[in-house]
Design a protein around this ligand. Sequence first.
Ligand code: TXA
Ligand code: MG
Length: 327
Amino acid sequence: MDHSIITETGTDIDKAKQLLQLGRLVAIPTETVYGLAANALNPDAVVKIFEAKDRPFFDPLIVHSYSVTAVLSFVEDFDERLLKLAEKFWPGPLTLLLPKKNTVPDITTSGLERVGVRIPAHALTLSLLKSLPFPLAAPSANPFGYVSPTNALHVYNQLNGKLGYILNGGPCEVGLESTIVGIENNKVCIYRLGGLSMEDIEKEAGKVSLKISSGDDPKAPGMLSSHYAPQKKIIIGDIEKEMLKHPGKKIGVISFFKDYTHHSNVSNNIILSPDAKTNEAAKNLFAAIRSIDDSNAEIIISEYLPEEGLGRAINDRLRRASLKINE
Ligand code: TXA
Ligand code: MG
């Protein structure tokens, strides 16, 4: 690994474009989380993403583009049910699994026949994508297994020295990774819950099936049971009850809307949404986990949100964050 790269941060689209054309890595803002991008059609560029993230090669990357027409240049066909979703929700937090053309190298899809594709809703990144003659492969811009970054500083703090440029587009509006959708047994299927709610998808597509692995399924590593994990132990449950089980410990609390600061052993309390809105909670979740992970709290206690809207995806991430293997 070459640690001599100087990582700059700024809003210069031309600079980002030049580096990407040279086969280098650039972090890009999206409405979901920041991505670590490279030319999706160039295997020598894509391999750098895996190296910088310490990501296993069996974990496929999402390819970002700017229009359905541009997407059609690298996929074989576009199922009409998925096309309807694309027309409704792109640009937006929706990734579609589509059969790839041979121009998409195997390393990008980890050898799978389908490629994950999305058009992100972020003005800077859309301009960048339009200016390039190739789409961008971009996983979340964090070391493999850690929480996704929702601002430019999160990227810098963990990947400084491993990429040339961070395109700074401010804090991410949605704050959770995209929802991944494809066709399974001729039915519309959700493979990863994310920033587009199941309710919104079902309004367009009717009842969908869920194929969200809770085990360690190597075919869908974004869904590995212990993923999105902080360094510290995170316990999810009834916050008051869990606190009683850990007397004498400094506790960091991430709560949906209630305040726990009056408890003497609470060293930090981040409230995700004082108005109890799941969208606002989603936007704040990953920054909250990072900030408590970096604080002097010895353990983190959080709670599940209602299973509706983005609450489902938030609960999925909390559950995976709590399932750290090496604790
Ligand atoms: O919102 C997002 O999706 C962000 C931004 C940057 O677009 N990206 C993101 O990428 O979350 P990543 O790599 O952290 O998660 C992508 C996950 C993979 O781990 C895998 O589970 C799934 O998407 N995936 C990608 N391509 C796939 C494919 N061809 N078949 C099945 N699953 C795929
Ligand atoms: Mg990721």
